[in-house]
Design a protein around this ligand. Sequence first.
Ligand code: 13P
Ligand code: SF4
Length: 306
Amino acid sequence: MQQENSELVSEIMRLKRERNALIVAHNYQNDEVQDIADEVGDSFYLSRVCAKSDAEVIVFCGVKFMAESAKILSPQKTVLLPEITAGCPMADSITAEDVRALKAKHPGVPVVCYINTTAEVKAECDICCTSSNAVKIVRNMPEKEIIFLPDINLGTYVQKQVPEKNLILFNGGCITHNRFGAEEVDAARSKFPDAAVAVHPECKPEVCDKADFVGSTSEIIDFCSKSDKKRFIIGTEMGVLHKLKNDNPDKEFYLMTPRLVCVNMKKTSLNSVYRALSENRTVIEVNEDIRKRAVACLQRMLDFKF
Ligand code: 13P
Ligand code: SF4
């Protein structure tokens, strides 16, 4: 198996050079995929990396909205999603029609969308955000009333941080992060009273309220790496444990619940990365009219002065 893997990795590296490709992987990817990627990070970091890269091909090891965002920002590049069925149920929970209906109900109110949305939805929105910058973007918008979609948990978290704003929320959410509640946090705290609890803002409000730290996947990794604590309870997808454990061999990390697995993120394997490069699959395309409108939404986030 190890021998097979090392041959596969050599082939991936050869194809990567041959095709002038960049391999990026989200923090939730399988360990072996993170290990061969040029860049690993959260949604915001990876969208910036892809926008700046001069590679001809981007292999996006993640889920569809991420590869689509890379294509929106770099239409001249070939963007490959190794597993085409790797979607995000949260992104699919809202349609462009839903956004148009919200805008019709609240005329003139600006719309902030989470990056976990389709190109069609981004095309209807004013500015995009990720979990690492949602609070800063909402806080700095001139308007008091803002439509925020689709994640109701992230929206509720942002609303608490920025009480001076009035957020109109959509009822979307992440099935993975909604798999546990306050009871699991209490149980983990009584098992490890000296541990710090770090969770993603896609978790339920009752979970975020009980956490020591709430942030994006990379912010959670950063928080744990810099903290003086020795033990950590992690409330986000299990993939973040790979970097946490590698970077902090003297610390202990416990997943809040073994149910914190995003099946879509786990679809990508070394084999799929190899096939993506050797068979040019699957090429992400975005309709040019939609792309032009969606790029404005993403670019406003990237141009935002934090
Ligand atoms: P990050 O932006 O924190 O990496 O999160 C992406 C995501 O899909 C979380 O479920
Ligand atoms: Fe989507 Fe949730 Fe998976 Fe993130 S963890 S990609 S929000 S389903």
